[in-house]
Design a protein. Sequence first.
Length: 344
Amino acid sequence: MGAKPAIAESVARSALVEAMRAGDSVRGLTSPNPPVGAVILNAEGEIVGVGATQPPGSAHAEIMALRAAGERARGGTAVVTLEPCNHTGRTGPCSQALIAAGIAAVDYLHADPNPVATGGAAALAAAGLKVRQVSAPDAAGVSDALIPWLLSVREQRPHVTLKFAQTLDGFTAAIDGTSQWITGTQARQWVHADRARRDAIIIGTGTAFADDPSLTARYPDGSLSEHQPRRVVIGRRDLTAAGDVARNLRRLGYEQYPSVEEALVGLYAEGARDVLVEGGAGLASAFLEADLVDAISAYVAPVLLGAGRGVLDRALVQTLALAPRFHRVETIALGEDVLIEYAR
Ligand code: AOF
Ligand code: ZN
């Protein structure tokens, strides 16, 4: 049976890009669950359903895509960014839903490292579906939204991105401490959109006192994004007795942890999987010293200061050969500024 030709490679690849886009669109909304994307192709290779993970406790990506496809899924292909789950957790097993819908083939990007949910690929193959693991297309112009979640399952702590804005000569503030508007409008808008995709934003008590940040994600018109990350302060100083400083955080609410390690343990336990560290220099140094930085978002502005405050506030190593190195994942031009994304 099943003399049906497999769908063309190019069709499978563009369906995967579409699935990755769908997963990317729900970043920040799914934790502790993964932001998965799924595409259903009919037997002719046409897209008949797209879906993404719903907030925790509700439908997985495959179920959303199958619902959209309806009867058109029969004999078709499912392309998903994560191996379909095989367990009954808060929802039923997606492997069984794919089989019941009459899906003939499944392409998945990442194996599921979650011991509770794994086994979907084997179950699908045992039921006679054509199952294969595929790799991410290079230069697809879409990022892999599952990277933070996959690391968090492996390390049992949130994925950490260190973010900073610096002048061309490597400073984050002038000698008088002024640091606002190093980067331009586009970069600042990008930062806000990025915040809305994270589970938490972390700063040190020093920055909370000095800058009185609100740590909110806002649209260009100043209104708040629907998803607000948790606001987190690390350090031992008491913000509640701070008088006139840290007023924004006191008004909006925040969580405080005494150390980097305790923060990551606490945030993971509360479901955070993808967090952004926004400074200052002391906190950035502490995260790097503990080897707890998985990615860096460096915003570089064409401004020169000659002297000022640096990204870090102390030596990480005594000699270059021992310095931690990162590799470049992406560069994005934002007006006159450049965002460079690095991974460990
Ligand atoms: C998702 N969305 O699209 C897929 C997931 O808590 P549960 O019962 O919803 O199960 C969550 C687990 O299911 C998750 O850790 C992952 O291993 C697997 N797949 N989860 O939220 C999805 N495909
Ligand atoms: Zn599932």
